[in-house]
Design a binder for this molecule. Sequence first.
Ligand code: ATP
Ligand code: MG
Length: 419
Amino acid sequence: MSNSVQAIRGMNDLLPETVAYWQWVEDVARDVMDSYGYRELRLPLLEKTDLFKRSIGEVTDIVEKEMYTFDDRNGDSLTLRPEGTASCVRAAIENGMLHNQVHRLWYAGPMFRHERPQKGRYRQFHQIGAETFGMEGPDVDAELILLTARLWHELGIDDVRLEINSLGTVETRNAHRKELVTYLRDHYDALDDDSKRRLEQNPLRILDSKNPDVQKIVASAPSLLDHLSDESRDHFERLQAYLDDAGIEYEVNPCLVRGLDYYSRTVFEWITSELGAQGTICAGGRYDGLVEQLGGKSTPAAGFALGMERLVELVQAQNPDAVESPIDAYLVCLGDAAQSLGIKLSEQLRSQGVNIICHCGGGSVKSQMKKADKSGARYAVILGDDEIQAGEAGVKFLRETGEQQQVMFDALADILTKD
Ligand code: ATP
Ligand code: MG
C-alpha cells in the first residue's frame, strides 16, 4: 500500500454498492424533471476563470480560496467549475436562448471546491441543478420548490424542512447594508476574523457565518425583510401564498442568505437534521441580475442546486430498501459441457429480457452457489450433465423459500422474469 498512488484528498471513488443508490436517485430526479418539463443540458467542467469571478463575486469563499484554478498551455486562466449556475447562464447567453424565450433547464455532474474535507463536504462533489430563465413572478419560484418537494417524496425521504427568505433588490440590500454595518461595528470585538474582513467588503455574508458565536450576534441584527420594496414584499407574500395553497410547510428565516452574491428576492434551503453539520441538501433562489452581469440581455432567472452526496446519504439512511439488485439469475455451470451450453443459454435468456450472470471459471457446486448468493440474484439456475440430457435446468430460489424446480429451457425466461 505504502508504495501505491492514492486518490486526491476529498475526491472519492464511488463503489458499486453506492452507485446503485446514485443511479436510482438520478433516475427518479430525471423523471421528476421530465414531469415538470425541465430539459437537460450538459456543460463543460472547465470554464474561463473570469466567468466565476464575474458571477459568484470576488469576495466569496469560493472565489477567494476554494477554486481549482490553473493556467493551461496557452497561458489562459481556467477553473474547474465550483458550481453550475454560472456555466448555465453563459451557455444560455452564448447559444442565443434568452431572446424573448422561457426556459426550464437542468444539469447534473461534478463540481470542485478546495474546502476542508469532512462528512458531507468534499473537494469533488456532485450536484443536480435546475435553472429557469425568462419568468419573473413568484409562481416559478414556487414551482421550483414544489419540484424539489416532489423529489423528496418520490425518494421516500422526510425530515427535510424548508427555509425561505427574500433578499430584495440591490437597492434594498444597500439600504440594509448601512444599518447592518453600524450594528456589526457595535459588536466588532465579538466577530471572527472572516467576519471582520467581510464587514467592509460584503457584510451580508456575515449573516451566513457558520461560527456559532457570530450566529448569536447575527440573530439580533437588523433584518433585510424590514427594507423590502413594495414589489419585493408582494413577490415574497405571493410565494408564501402559493406554498400555503400547495400545503408545503416552511419557515421564514431572515438570516438565510446565500453564499453566492448573485441572488435577489427569493432564497430557499432544504435542511435535514439527519446528517449533522452538513445538513443543507438543496439551496436555491432567484438571481435576476446575473444574466446582465455576464453580458446578456437582462433576464429574470431562478434555480436551485442539490448536493448528491448528502442526498444519497439521506436516502440510504431513510429508504435503504429502495434499491434492488438488477440481477435476476446466476447460472451455475457444472462441467465443460454445461459451461459451453451455459454461455449460449445465457445469451438466449438475455435476448428474452433476463439479467443473468453466467458463472465463469469452473469450481464446485458449493463455491458457485456461494457466488450466486453474493451476486444479489433472485434465482440460481443450475446446469449439469443430467440437466443437459433432459433439456432442462434446476431453478433454486435464493431470496425466498421454495423447492428447487426442474424447468425446461424454453420455459426458463418466463419463470426468471416473473415478479
Ligand atoms: P454550504 O453552506 O454547505 O457550504 P453552499 O452554500 O456552499 O453550501 P451551494 O453552493 O448553494 O452550497 O451548493 C448547493 C448544495 O450543494 C449545497 O446545499 C450542498 O448540498 C451541496 N454542496 C456544496 N458544497 C459541497 C461540498 N463541498 N461537498 C458536498 N456537497 C456540497
Ligand atoms: Mg460552501
